[in-house]
Design a protein around this ligand. Structure first.
Ligand code: PMP
Ligand code: GLU
Length: 396
């Protein structure tokens, strides 16, 4: 039966983040006391004013298809948000609202990529980029980065990986899975390379924008005016407003790209959910101060993680400056016997933690770095503390 599936699908891997979360959920449903630090999913309720906007939207009768790229007043609110938070000037004609940032990404890739095009992706990368690029029959060109450099790509590496086939560069800042945030200077230096190659486009995934622990808010690479026409700025409400299930993502992009995403979406999904779109207006019009309480909690959780991880010998990590993941190098354990079994890679290490500590994590192989492990700290302090106690207990 398998070979009746399209070859594109046969070549696609399952999402390892989703797979691990499903596994953890199934074990929990069977009564196992599993702590799930696999998925990057905030455990808060969305803010009250967002919930109220959803209730009002239902009462006000927003039950029908919306314009394909989103309600005009939502697109206006997104333009205002880009101006307010990112110093970016976009017009509503450059905005496309989609069913989560995931759909925004695939819209962009399907719009741009042809067979054998090259897409540069620094590793560690977010799990779905590579699979989506391959699905479009293009080739991911991976730039490995180092933990000592906070897993950031430098201009020299970038330029070296560019060829005549390069179409696109994809990265996230703050980064999932490393928590690294590119500074203004670092992005400026990368933008100088891109300026030399005006045909190369950049998909800047800024979905963790507000979840940042330094005083300076993260820079959007599109704010370097020389490369603005090359950038697609991606964002969404899943992380910052704790609205993962509401499925709202959006892009600000050159008009020709926005138009093609609109065309694809018109055939594939018609539009994002109408009630979620009305709520998104309330979310985006609110001051970022209204979600500060969640960011403070994440910072507190990060600090707990940083304190507890020190107690586990043999790990090496970078300090996450944003998002809600820590990505330690666990290769010290490879070749060692743990509970009678030799661990040789991060898939086995992650399985071992699930089996023996009942803590769900995601293997670094999902993110292109098989020596690391992703631990999400989007759960409660209590769960995080208990999870680290359990991990420590079985490792020392
Ligand atoms: N980009 C990154 C870096 C992510 O971590 C995620 C996970 N949610 C997404 C995109 C997709 O987000 P959404 O829930 O809006 O589809
Ligand atoms: N982005 C989250 C993660 O990396 C959610 C899972 C997913 O969308 O793949 O865990």
């Amino acid at each position: 039966m398998k070979n009746r599936l399209s070859y594109r699908l046969q070549n696609m891997a399952y999402s390892q983040t989703i797979a691990m979360a499903t596994k953890a959920r199934n074990l929990i449903n069977k009564g196992f006391d599993v702590i799930n630090l696999s998925l990057g999913e905030p455990d808060f309720y969305p803010p009250k004013f967002v919930l109220n906007a959803a209730k009002k939207a239902i009462d006000d009768g927003y039950h029908y298809y919306t314009p394909v790229s989103g309600y005009i007043d939502l697109k206006e609110a997104i333009c205002e948000k880009f101006k307010r938070d990112n110093n970016l000037k976009y017009f509503p004609s450059q905005i496309v609202v989609s069913t989560g940032a995931k759909q925004s990404i695939i819209n962009v890739l399907l719009s741009l990529l042809n067979k054998n095009d090259e897409v540069i992706i620094p590793s560690p990368y977010w799990v779905s980029y590579v699979q989506m690029v391959k699905f479009c029959e293009s080739n991911p060109i991976i730039i490995p980065t180092k933990i000592d450099n906070n897993f950031k790509v430098c201009p020299k590496q970038l330029e070296k990986s560019i060829t005549s086939k390069t179409k696109l560069f994809i990265f996230s800042t703050p980064c999932n899975p490393t928590g690294s945030v590119y500074s203004y200077e670092e992005l400026k230096n990368l933008s100088k390379v891109f300026k030399k190659y005006p045909k190369i486009l950049i998909l800047s995934d800024e979905i963790y924008e507000h979840i940042c622990y330094s005083k300076n808010t993260p820079t959007s690479i599109a704010s370097f005016s020389e490369i603005y026409p090359q950038v697609i700025t991606l964002n969404g409400l899943s992380k910052s407003f704790s609205m993962t299930g509401w499925r709202i993502g959006y892009i600000g992009a050159p008009k020709w790209i926005a138009k093609s995403c609109d065309k694809i979406q018109g055939q594939m999904t018609s539009c994002a959910n109408s009630i979620a779109q009305r709520s998104a207006i309330a979310a985006l019009k609110a001051s970022p101060n209204s979600i500060k309480y969640m960011i403070n909690k994440f910072k507190n959780r990060r600090d707990i993680v940083l304190k507890m991880i020190k107690e586990i010998p043999g790990l090496k990590w970078n300090i996450p400056k944003g998002a809600f993941y820590i990505f330690p190098n666990i290769s010290n354990f490879f070749g060692k016997k743990l509970f009678g079994k030799i661990i040789t890679n991060s898939d086995q290490f992650s399985e071992f933690l699930l089996e023996k500590a009942k803590v769900a994590t995601v293997s670094g192989s999902a993110f292109g770095e098989p020596e690391c492990l992703r631990i999400s700290y989007s759960s409660s302090e209590k769960k995080i503390i208990e999870a680290f106690k359990r991990i420590k207990k079985i490792l020392i």
